[in-house]
Design a binder for this molecule. Structure first.
Ligand SMILES: NC(=O)c1ccc[n+]([C@@H]2O[C@H](COP(=O)([O-])OP(=O)(O)OC[C@H]3O[C@@H](n4cnc5c(N)ncnc54)[C@H](OP(=O)(O)O)[C@@H]3O)[C@@H](O)[C@H]2O)c1
Length: 320
């Protein structure tokens, strides 16, 4: 496993993070516990969850946070893991929840569910561009200053909004966003393909900005819903509905052959190559992986130590 150091998080941050959208709902608790054990055995440290994952009703508990909290308490692993969660997601009808009351509700619910007073990383799950950055950074500052949040992250924020927020925070001596979580995978995508304009997907201008700022990136849906693994194992007919609607286009289809070639030449699995693309393309990137079984996770984790050369990275992305 390769790691980043993100101060003041006291443990190394693994470059593969375990995603958990379906934990405790479509992935039953017994499988989740086995996946968490397998991830920890492979020396993975980062767990990525959110207040809204699996929520049955607005404001209710998150089954994903609850099952992770149960595992942390049963194994005593809290101090060995990097706990990342998110809050202030808009309500189901799309209404913004950028108020102090909503923020504190989410923080307290996550603390209870996860059984942890502190979060190593806490992300604003979405942006609300109608709310000025000075209000947002002012509202978040006490939670970072008091140590409840070790690192503040922006999820699904554009680089221009992050830049504006951090410029304001720096000028006023407040904590800044220290990381960003957006959709990023070898197979490119757009918010339109997800039918969700509040999402942010990586593009070349954004990647150049992240590199210039040296800002760590947490890449979600980093396996493009299994796009390469499934297409190479079963053909395009084997793609699940989400990988088909969000990722199937001529550009990404051409990348399938490139992944197949590297897989045949190196013996790496398509999942290991897709994950390796993210962890190698930016010095401080973390690939958040979602898996639905221990077998898938073990396959994906074979990408943990993969080093891809600059020419392999260019070849995969179609630049060569
Ligand atoms: N911040 C945000 O707004 C946001 C949004 C989305 C996700 N996330 C985070 O990112 C995590 C990962 O995202 P994700 O679950 O959307 O996507 P992902 O990692 O791109 O894909 C997960 C799916 O890929 C397939 N898969 C995984 N490993 C495989 C393997 N080795 N071989 C074959 N197929 C494999 C499985 O599909 P099947 O189940 O069909 O087999 C699995 O459900 C989430 O759990 C969550 O923590 C954050």
């Amino acid at each position: 496993m390769r790691y980043l150091s993100l101060q003041p998080i006291p443990v190394p941050v693994s470059k593969i993070a375990l995603g958990s959208t379906y934990f405790g709902t479509t992935i039953p608790e017994k499988t989740v516990m086995a996946m968490l054990d397998a991830f920890a055995t492979a020396n993975g440290t980062v767990l990525d969850t959110a207040r809204v994952y699996g929520q049955e009703y607005a404001g209710g508990p998150s089954p994903s946070e609850l099952v992770i909290g149960k595992w942390l308490s049963e194994t005593g692993m809290r101090n060995r893991m990097v706990l990342a969660t998110k809050g202030m997601h808009p309500s189901g009808d799309g209404k913004s929840r950028f108020t102090y009351r909503d923020l504190m509700h989410d923080i307290e619910m996550s603390q209870q569910s996860l059984g942890s007073e502190t979060f190593d990383i806490w992300f604003l799950h979405r942006d609300d561009p109608q709310v000025p950055v000075d209000e947002i950074m002012g509202m978040m500052a006490p939670l970072v200053q008091s140590g409840i949040i070790r690192i503040l992250g922006a999820s699904n924020w554009t680089t221009s909004r992050i830049e504006a927020a951090n410029t304001y925070a720096k000028t006023h001596g407040l904590p800044t966003f220290a990381t960003s979580e957006i959709q990023w995978s070898l197979a490119s995508s757009t918010p339109e393909s997800w039918n969700d304009p509040s999402l942010v997907c990586m593009d070349s201008n954004s990647l150049a900005w992240y590199r210039k700022k040296q800002m760590p990136i947490f890449a979600f849906s980093s396996q493009s819903k299994g796009f390469f693994s499934k297409a190479i194992a079963h053909g395009l007919a084997g793609l699940n509905e989400k990988s088909r609607s969000r990722f199937l286009n001529p550009d990404n289809e051409a990348k399938i052959e490139r992944v197949r070639t590297i897989s045949e030449n190196t013996g790496l699995s398509p999942a290991a190559i897709a994950t390796g693309y993210i962890t190698n393309e930016h010095p401080s990137s973390v690939a958040i992986v979602g898996c639905s079984s221990v077998g898938q996770l073990e396959d994906t984790l074979t990408g943990a130590d993969v080093l891809l050369s600059p020419s392999q990275l260019d070849y995969l992305s179609g630049q060569r």
